[in-house]
Each structure stands twice: as structure tokens, then as C-alpha cells.
Design a protein around this ligand. Structure first.
Ligand code: CO
Length: 472
């Protein structure tokens, strides 16, 4: 029985986030969007993740304007975004009214698939986003894709993932995604995981796999997942594929061509599009945004079981402390810290929290002699529920009597949209409701961007605007 494999291409988001610090501009995308729209992708990932921050901080672009531009040219292909649950597009927990507004405006401006996830896989941290996606995306306007942060640990078993996927399905997810941001998932494990998930999920629920090619296993992971029955996989067009990015689109399309899994994508149509992005990649490299090293295979993750980005952070922290020789001790300490705090997946922000604490434990010569505020918050339940109970003895040492919470972290937050809107209006920057959401996500960055935009629009201080002094 034929089973057409669906492809999401990440060329407009994760590919350049992974390879070039999210520096691709809307200008660099526009000339090729019409052709991309004709390929027949399931979706094109083009928004969310770091694009929001990068647009305003480095590119003098309104992220909402980018979305509207993408929508103008992508008439057939749904635009997919990545949303960090209650953290939305920023790094703190937001109140529910803001979650609702961000989702409303994202869909209104053209998003057709929202992938929402929580770093800890705490369903309470994505329930508010999911409710909003179902509300504003009703009637086939937007697909609700709930993503599982994939990780390895003694508690992250097949049963654990199946149970979590069923929970998300029961909460209303149309798609379930396995999000393997660190390329920790190995091909045969992918086969087992996809088999187990497909067996338990409803037939109408699509299973979507997101991996990277950091450790060089990405293509094999995708192929094994396809053999096991996955519905959608993520790839990136070749000029910004592989290494820390997704496996390349063209080889997978060619591999499946003429088989029962044929994607229906015409390989020849991809060639001129890839040629366009080859030039874009070269320009990004010339500007220093893309270091060709990101394309190499890095087997460290396979050996140390920590994501590539986390490993380089650990090395930097040790270098600063003048203790580079302690790396192997720190790497041995990482799983211990992880166990103490209930095995969080190693993704932002928990990878930084666990990594920094492991460095402190080794450098100070005594475990938890010094702790960060983030470590305290993690133990206190302020990031959400951890996969396993924490080590009580350690928790007491870390928290020193500080309050712990077992309820949903965002339950503590008062509505904040109206207050933020007042601030933006009072400062004279308000042009659209979306500005409030940009300001909520990155207050300083957004303010610098608004200042630049105002100067440009009003022709005041035009030298300043042109010189690129704003935003800093
Ligand atoms: Co990714």
C-alpha cells in the first residue's frame, strides 16, 4: 500500500537558525517564495523560534511584517511556526492573556501550522497555547502540532513517550511531533519509537519527526522512521542542510522516488530553488554569519550524550574559569545533576541550567555549594513538573527553605497585555497590536527596533537610522 511521505522544509527557519544564527533576511527569501510554493511541501517552516528576536535585534525587520510577506507569496503551502509553549517566543513564562493574543495574531497574520512544545514535556505548559490554537485555528485554518522534546535517560522510555503523545492527542493535538533537536535519536531507536507511537495514536493523528544531522545520523533516522510509518519528516534544501541543520531535502526525495513512499515532489523543480539558496548561503558566509564548520559531522553527542551546543557552552565556561582540564569530570557530573533534578530533557533552558550547575559542582570542589537562581527555580518547580521526583536531600540543600510549587507555573501570573500596551503607547511606539507582543517578548530589543523604525518613518534622525546605530 502506497504511503506518500510528507515533507516540511525548514529552509526559511531552522536551517538558517542552525547554520547562520537566523540571519537570513526577508529580502533574501522573497525572490524564490513563488517557486517554493509550487513544490508541494506539507508545510514550510518560516517563523517562530529565534526569528522573532533576530529580526528585530540584527535585521531591522518587524517579525510580523516578515510573516505577512511570507503569507503574501506562499498562497498554497501552510507556513509553520515553532512556539515554546508558555514561553511563547521569549524565555520567560507569559500570562495566559498574552499566550492567547500571540496565537491569535500569528494565525491571523498567516500561520497555518503551530508546533508547540515544552522543554520539560510538562503538558500544563502547553495547554494554554493549545487551547488558543484550537480556538483561532478552527475550521481548518491552523493545525495544532504538539511536540515532544526528545531526550535519553532511564525514565525516557518508549512507554513514557507513548503516554505523553496520548496525553497531547487527548488535549486536542492534530499532529504529534517528536522533536529531536540535538540529533540524539538513533536510527534503530527511531524505528522502535515511531512503531510504538503509530500503534497507539489515532489513525487521523499525523506523526511528524524533527531531527538534525549534527551527529551524521539524520538521514538514517528519517529513513528508519519512514519505514516504521512516520507521516511527515523535516528536511532542509541542500545549501543550508546537514551538520547542525536538518538532513537535505533532495537526497530524501530521490531516495523515496518510485517507491511506495514517493513524496510526489519533482526533484528537477528543487534545483533552481537550491541554486538561489546557494547564493544566499554564500552571502551569509561572506557576512560572517555562517561558519562552514557547522556543516561537519560532530560525533561528540554520540559519545557524551549531551547536545553539541551544550558541550561548547561547557568548554567555554571552563575556559573562563581557567579549568579546561576539568572537562571530563564535568561531563561525568552532568548525568548526576540531571538525576538530582528529576531528569529534565537537555534543551534550552534546562541544558544551560544543568550544564552550569555541573560546572559549578566541579569547579567549587563541592556539590551544590553554590547554585544559580535557575537551579533553585528548577528544583522549586517553577519551570514546571520534572519527569521524575527530585532528590529530596539535594533539594533541601539547594532551596534552603524557599517555597516550592506543584501547580502550573503560569497560574501565578496576572494578565499583562493591557499594561504592556499602555507602556508601548506611552512611549509613542504603538502602530499595531502586534507591537505589544514584540515588546512583551524582548522589551529592550523591541524598543531599540521601534526607535529605529520611528526615525526611519518620520525621516527624523535619518542619518542615525541609515548608519545602523539602531537597533544595537
Ligand atoms: Co530544530
Amino acid at each position: 500500500m502506497a504511503k506518500k511521505i510528507l515533507i516540511m522544509d525548514t529552509i526559511l527557519r531552522d536551517a538558517h537558525q542552525s547554520h547562520a544564527a537566523t540571519r537570513m533576511t526577508t529580502e533574501q527569501m522573497i525572490p524564490i517564495l513563488g517557486q517554493l510554493d509550487e513544490i508541494g511541501y506539507y508545510s514550510l517552516e518560516g517563523w517562530g523560534g529565534a526569528t522573532f528576536d533576530s529580526c528585530m535585534r540584527y535585521l531591522n525587520e518587524d517579525p510580523w511584517e516578515r510573516l505577512r510577506t511570507l503569507k503574501k507569496y506562499l498562497k498554497k503551502t501552510p507556513i509553520q511556526m515553532l512556539l515554546r509553549g508558555q514561553n511563547l517566543l521569549g524565555y520567560r513564562n507569559y500570562a495566559d492573556d498574552l499566550v492567547d493574543k500571540v496565537v491569535e495574531k500569528s494565525i491571523e497574520n498567516g500561520i497555518g501550522v503551530v508546533r508547540v512544545f515544552d522543554a520539560l514535556n510538562d503538558p500544563r505548559n502547553i495547554e494554554s497555547s493549545m487551547r488558543a490554537i484550537k480556538k483561532y485555528g478552527a475550521g481548518g485554518k491552523c493545525v495544532c502540532e504538539a511536540a515532544i522534546s526528545y531526550t535519553t535517560s532511564p525514565v525516557h522510555t518508549l512507554d513514557y513517550f507513548v503516554k505523553l503523545a496520548k496525553t497531547y492527542e487527548n488535549m486536542g493535538a492534530d499532529n504529534i511531533c517528536v522533536k529531536d533537536m540535538a540529533n540524539l535519536l538513533l536510527p534503530f531507536e527511531a524505528f522502535e519509537l515511531v512503531t510504538a507511537l503509530k500503534k497507539e495514536l489515532l489513525p487521523e493523528t499525523k506523526l511528524h519527526l524533527h531531527t538534525h544531522n549534527t551527529t551524521g545520523t539524520g538521514d538514517m533516522v528519517n529513513l528508519m522512521a519512514i519505514k516504521a510509518g512516520v507521516d511527515i519528516v523535516d528536511t532542509a534544501l541542500s545549501p543550508l542542510a546537514n551538520g547542525t541543520s536538518q538532513p537535505a531535502t533532495e537526497p530524501l526525495v530521490a531516495t523515496l522516488q518510485g517507491t511506495e513512499y514517493d513524496t510526489g515532489i519533482d526533484l528537477k523543480k528543487l534545483i533552481p530553488i537550491a541554486a538561489h539558496f546557494k547564493k544566499v548561503a554564500a552571502d551569509l558566509e561572506k557576512d560572517g554569519a555562517l561558519n562552514p564548520k557547522v556543516r561537519q559531522v560532530d560525533v561528540n553527542t554520540l559519545i557524551y550524550q549531551v547536545p553539541g551546543g551544550m558541550l561548547s557552552n561547557l568548554m567555554n565556561q571552563l575556559k573562563k574559569a581557567g579549568k579546561e582540564e576539568k572537562l571530563s569530570e564535568v561531563l561525568a557530573e552532568v548525568p548526576n545533576v540531571r538525576k538530582d533534578c528529576g531528569y529534565p530533557p537537555l534543551v534550552t533552558p534546562s541544558s544551560q541550567i544543568v550544564g552550569t550547575q555541573a560546572v559549578m559542582n566541579i569547579v567549587m570542589g563541592e556539590r551544590y555549594k553554590m547554585v544559580t537562581k535557575e537551579t533553585k527555580d528548577l528544583f522549586a518547580g517553577k519551570y514546571g513538573q520534572l519527569p521524575m521526583p527530585v532528590n529530596e536531600e539535594i533539594a533541601e540543600k539547594v532551596l534552603k527553605g524557599d517555597k516550592r510549587i506543584s501547580y502550573r507555573p503560569a497560574d501565578d501570573l496576572e494578565p499583562e497585555y493591557d499594561k504592556l500596551k499602555e507602556e508601548v503607547v506611552a512611549k509613542g511606539y504603538y502602530t499595531q497590536e502586534e507591537d505589544v507582543l514584540s515588546y512583551a517578548s524582548f522589551p529592550e530589543v523591541a524598543e531599540n527596533f521601534f526607535k529605529w523604525r520611528k526615525a526611519k518613518n518620520e525621516g527624523v534622525d535619518s542619518d542615525m537610522a541609515k548608519s545602523g546605530v539602531y537597533p544595537v
